[in-house]
Design a protein around this ligand. Structure first.
Ligand code: NAP
Length: 472
């Protein structure tokens, strides 16, 4: 992406690790910035396809959010950012390699695992992390194709949007998901699920939920699924009243919940989605090593929007438990890690060493920088802050010793890494769409359905489809 007067400009070679929204936004902002360098960017991802969280974290029945892909596609399709998929930083490439080939590195590795919930019984069979289930229904290449869906009654712990995603996907009839890009194994797994009741538990009150209004309202759109609420859970303290008064989102959601409580929701549907509040999980109950229930201590609001235990214990018979209590970032090879927040220690995006000093040339952005909170769009602000600092530092960065564009491809080739490229993604994308088209019009319980795309799941198949010569 040399500028016209590139011969006069100092090169600035940047590697970005992670091709999710955080990495692509950072790359885009960098290419558009006033910089006075001859810039080149290589964007790496451990998956053969780009888009990270959008491909592997957003629920399949959220096409509006999946639509962010269109904007990311435009950025990567311009041709001034090289994409290398199926390259695992920490295995295929290490920090020394990046130091050799790049002047600066931006880590945008996100947060993909579940936060821990340290209560007895959490390790029982039938107790799962929401992030793992999301990976399964989104066709993550490294997750077992088979997800055990034998439970009739299921508990989902947490009152954030991930809990809603998981509860919605678990309670929906599989045919109502067939118009989405779900892989065949996911449709078949959900189709065979005997589930009748999905219980979502929040530890605080209805005014302390972390849902967003659109996502909450969407629950009532599922066919043949009744929403069930409990009057004894509708408790509001002074802080709740204040939140309802001052925060439109809270007000809207409390109204939605109250309307559902007051209006008759029982339509005799074959499945029910229960929303419970003021339930703090204290133990996953088991029989023969398997989940048989979930024990809670009921809570009461303390006036500040927080809760305290009432001492009352309640058990729910469930055969599966999903904890959706937040994602957590994993340690990244070669840089520090804050185990309390799951982030890379940083100051505004400059990676810090153990003594709190910036490590020259290393940056972080997105969830690995600030933790797993906020919507996808918020990542843009992060990227802008990080890239501004990178450009402030750029003139003083240690130059790469092997900056040639072919050096990195040579290294990956010599290590036998079957990396994919942007052209490879275009081929895989076309292949997935062709699979969808080939399925034709399907007659389902939900009416006739056509499929825009069917996701390819196994990593090797993804790589093969990204390498047209192999596919042919
Ligand atoms: P989140 O919004 O932070 O919600 C986490 C929930 O878990 C909270 O209700 C929290 O309760 C609860 N929790 C935490 N620790 C707990 C414990 N020990 N016991 C019981 N409950 C506990 O996290 P998230 O749902 O993972 O979402 C992450 C981000 O992605 C959010 O910004 C979310 O909006 C976004 N997202 C958006 C969508 C969408 O469709 N728009 C979909 C998925 C995710 P407290 O409040 O009491 O701590």
């Amino acid at each position: 992406m040399s500028q016209t007067n590139s011969t006069a400009l100092r090169p600035l070679r940047v590697a970005i690790i992670g091709a999710g929204p955080a990495g692509v936004y950072a790359a885009d902002i960098l290419t558009k910035a006033e910089r006075g360098f001859d810039l080149s960017i290589d964007l790496f991802d451990r998956y053969p396809a780009p888009y990270g969280l959008i491909r592997y974290g957003v629920a399949p029945d959220h096409p509006r959010i999946k639509g962010i892909v269109k904007a990311l596609h435009k950025v990567l399709d311009r041709g001034d950012i090289r994409f290398f998929g199926n390259v695992d930083y920490g295995t295929d490439l290490h920090l020394d390699d990046l130091r050799t080939h790049y002047d600066a590195v931006v880590f945008a590795t996100g947060a993909i695992r579940d936060a821990d919930l340290n209560i007895p019984g959490i390790e029982l069979e039938g107790s799962y992390g929401a992030a793992d289930f999301v990976s399964w229904y989104d066709g993550h290449p490294d997750v077992d194709r088979h997800w055990p869906l034998q439970a009739r009654e299921v508990a989902v712990i947490g009152n954030g949007n991930v809990a809603l995603d998981v509860a919605r996907v678990l309670s929906k009839h599989a045919d109502d998901l067939l118009s989405t890009e779900i892989p065949a194994n996911v449709y078949e797994g959900l189709k065979a699920s005997p589930v009748t009741d999905v219980h979502v538990f929040g530890r605080r009150g209805p005014a302390q939920i972390k849902f967003t209004p659109l996502e909450l309202r969407e629950l009532s759109h599922s066919r043949d699924v009744d929403i069930v609420l409990y009057p004894e859970d509708f408790e509001f303290d002074a802080a709740s009243d204040e939140a309802i008064k001052t925060n439109n989102q809270v007000k809207t959601m409390v109204n939605t919940l109250t309307n559902w409580l007051v209006e008759e929701q029982d339509t005799g549907a074959s499945r029910r989605l229960h929303l419970h509040f003021l339930h703090n999980p204290v133990e996953v109950l088991g029989e023969d090593g398997r989940v048989s229930g979930l024990r809670f201590e009921r809570q009461e609001l303390d006036g500040t929007g927080n809760v305290r235990g009432t001492g009352e214990i309640v058990d729910y018979p469930v055969q599966a438990v999903y904890r959706a209590i937040g994602y957590f970032g994993s340690a990244v090879d070669g840089v520090g890690y804050d185990g309390s927040t799951g982030t890379i220690p940083n100051a505004g995006g400059r990676v810090l060493d153990e003594s709190g000093q910036p490590v020259p040339g290393l940056y972080a952005t997105g969830w690995i920088k600030r933790g797993p909170v906020g919507l996808i769009g918020h990542t843009k602000g992060d990227a802008l802050e990080t890239i501004t600092l990178l450009l402030e530092d750029a003139a003083s960065l240690e130059p790469a010793t092997a900056p040639e564009a072919e050096a990195i491809t040579g290294l990956l080739g010599s290590r036998g890494v079957r990396y994919t490229t942007w052209e490879g993604w275009l081929a895989l994308d076309a292949h997935e769409r062709a699979l969808g088209e080939a399925a034709g019009t399907l007659q389902t319980e939900a009416g006739p359905v056509t499929r825009e795309r069917i996701k390819v799941v196994p990593r090797e198949d993804m790589v093969d489809a990204s390498t047209p010569a192999v596919r042919a």
